[in-house]
Write a protein that binds this ligand. Structure first.
Ligand code: CAO
Length: 424
C-alpha cells in the first residue's frame, strides 16, 4: 500500500539556519533514491540533499531562501507499495537524511548529504551544487563559461541546459564548428546609419555558402600563384575558332586548360585524390572528371565534365558550352554536379590578375584562372611582348606540400606554353 513519508533535515554538524539555495523537484515529480532534492549552502560547503527512497513528491515544504536546521520538514514523498514494505522494515520514525561522516544506524534508510567544499578563500567564480557540477561534467561543460541565474549567481540546471542550447545553435548556424571557438558576428542595425533594403539569398547561394564556409574553415588552404605564356596557344586557338565557329562551337582558353590540368594531374597523381574519412589515407582516383565553376544569375554552380583525359579540345569546348548553358537555364541534374576530381574556376573572361579560390571538398585542389594580358618578357637578351595567363592554385596543405604545388603549376605552365605537349 502507498504511504506518505516526511523527509526531515538531518544533523548537519554545527550548522544551523542553513539557506536553501536551490530546489530541484516539485510536487508530482517522480524521484529515485539518491536523486538530489535540494541544495543548501553553509559558509564552508554546498550540499545536495538526496531522496532517501523512490517515490512521488507530494508536497515541498521549503522554498529557496528558507533557512533549515536539523529536523526541519523538507518535503513529503509518497512511496509505492513495494517501496513501502521495503522502507517500512527499516524506518522508524520519519525518514531523515544524514551526512556521510555520520553513518546512519543499520535500521535507518538515511541517505547521505553530498557536500562540495568551497575554497577556503571563497574566491571560486563557479557557484553550483554538486549535482549541477556532476551534470556539467557529464556534458563536458566548463562551468566557468556558464552564467548563473540563481541566488547569488548560482548556476542552475536550466542555466547549463540553456548554455548547451546556445552553443549548439551557434555551431549549427555556422558560427563555428569542429571545436573552433569563433565569437559570434556582431548584430548591427544598419538602418541606424542610412536607408537599407533586405534581399534574401538565392537557394543556390544558401546551399553553396554553407559548403564554402565549411571548406574554408576546415581545410588548410595555400594558394600558389604562377603564370603561363599562352602566346602560341592563343594563335592556335584563334585558328581553331575560325574553323569551328561555323559549327556553333566556341573554343575558349578553358578547353585547353581542362586538357592541360589533366596532363598535370597524371604527372602528379596526389592532385587527383581525396582524404578518406579517417584522414589517414589518400584515395587516388584513376579517372579524370573535372568540375568547372559557372557563374549563373542565381549563384555559382559546378557541373562536372567526365573523362576529360579521353576527349579532345574541340569535344571539351562543345561540352563546356552545353553545361554552362544548362547551368544558366537551371537544367543541370544533381548527377551532373557529382564525381569531380578537381575544379577549375575561370574568371579570365571578366578580368583580374589573381585570386584565392576555395577548394571544392573532398577534392584537394582547385585552379583559379584570371585574365591573360600582354606583358614584356625578357627572352634572349631582349624584352618581347607575350600573352601571359595568371594561374592561382589553391591546395589542401594536409595532402600537398608547397614544393609539389609549385612543381604542378610549373608543369602546367610548361604544357600551356607549348600545347603540342598535350598530345604526348
Ligand atoms: N584570359 C583572357 N580572355 C579569356 C580568358 C582568359 N583567361 N578566358 C576566357 N577569355 C575570353 C574568351 O576567349 C572569350 O572571348 P571571346 O568572346 O572574344 O572569344 C571571353 O573571354 C568570354 O569567355 P567565356 O567566359 O564565355 O568562356 P570561358 O570558356 O572562358 O568560361 C565559364 C566559361 C562558364 C567558366 C564562364 O562563363 C564563367 O561562368 N566563369 C565564371 C566562373 C566563376 O564565377 N568563378 C568564380 C568562382 S569563385 O567565386
Amino acid at each position: 500500500m502507498a504511504e506518505i513519508k516526511q523527509v526531515l533535515m538531518p544533523d548537519i554538524g554545527d550548522s544551523k539556519d542553513v539557506p536553501v539555495i536551490e530546489i530541484m523537484v516539485k510536487a508530482g515529480d517522480t524521484v529515485k533514491t539518491e536523486q538530489p532534492l535540494l541544495t543548501l549552502e553553509t559558509d564552508k560547503a554546498t550540499m545536495d540533499v538526496p531522496a532517501p527512497f523512490d517515490g512521488v513528491v507530494k508536497n515541498v515544504s521549503v522554498k529557496v531562501g528558507d533557512k533549515v536546521s536539523e529536523g526541519t520538514l523538507i518535503l513529503s514523498i509518497e512511496t509505492s507499495a513495494t517501496e513501502t514494505s521495503a522502507v517500512a522494515i527499516s524506518t522508524t520514525p520519519p525518514v531523515s537524511v544524514q551526512e556521510t561522516a555520520n553513518p546512519p544506524p543499520a535500521s535507518s534508510v538515511a541517505v547521505p548529504i553530498t557536500p562540495t567544499h568551497l575554497p577556503n578563500n571563497l574566491t571560486s567564480k563557479v557557484h553550483a551544487s554538486p549535482s549541477i557540477r556532476h551534470f556539467a561534467r557529464e556534458l563536458g561543460i566548463d562551468l566557468t563559461q556558464v552564467k548563473g541565474s540563481g541566488v547569488n549567481g548560482r548556476i542552475t540546471k536550466n542555466d547549463v541546459q540553456s548554455f548547451v542550447k546556445t552553443v549548439l545553435a551557434q555551431s549549427q548556424s555556422g558560427a563555428g564548428g569542429g571545436g573552433l571557438q569563433i565569437s559570434a558576428m556582431p548584430v548591427v542595425d544598419f538602418s541606424k546609419f542610412g536607408a537599407i533594403e533586405t534581399k534574401p539569398l538565392s537557394r543556390i547561394k544558401k546551399l553553396s555558402g554553407a559548403n564554402l564556409h565549411r571548406n574554408w574553415v576546415s581545410i588548410p588552404h595555400i594558394t600558389q600563384h604562377d603564370e603561363a605564356d599562352i602566346t602560341e596557344m592563343e594563335t592556335f586557338r584563334k585558328e581553331l575558332g575560325e574553323e569551328y565557329t561555323k559549327q556553333g562551337i566556341k573554343i575558349t582558353p578553358l578547353a585547353f586548360l581542362l586538357k592541360a590540368v589533366v596532363t598535370a594531374m597524371q604527372q602528379y597523381p596526389d592532385f587527383n585524390s581525396s582524404l578518406d574519412t579517417s584522414g589517414e589515407n589518400l584515395v587516388l582516383k584513376k579517372y579524370f572528371h573535372i568540375g568547372v565553376a559557372v557563374d549563373t544569375p542565381d549563384g555559382l554552380m559546378v557541373p562536372v565534365l567526365r573523362d576529360v583525359d579521353q576527349k579532345g579540345i574541340v569535344q571539351l569546348a562543345k561540352e563546356l558550352g552545353e553545361i554552362s548553358t544548362k547551368a544558366r537555364e537551371k537544367k543541370l541534374t544533381a548527377t551532373a554536379m557529382q564525381g569531380g576530381c578537381f575544379t577549375i574556376s575561370s574568371l579570365g573572361g571578366i578580368g583580374g590578375t589573381a585570386f584565392t579560390p576555395i577548394i571544392n571538398a573532398p577534392e584537394v585542389a582547385i585552379l583559379g584562372v584570371s585574365k591573360a594580358s600582354i606583358k614584356p618578357v625578357f627572352k634572349e637578351s631582349e624584352f618581347v611582348p607575350r600573352l601571359m595567363l595568371p594561374l592561382s592554385l589553391s591546395y589542401d596543405h594536409r595532402v600537398i606540400d608547397g614544393a609539389e604545388a609549385v612543381r604542378f603549376t610549373s608543369y602546367l605552365s610548361k604544357v600551356l606554353s607549348d600545347v603540342r605537349r598535350l598530345v604526348l
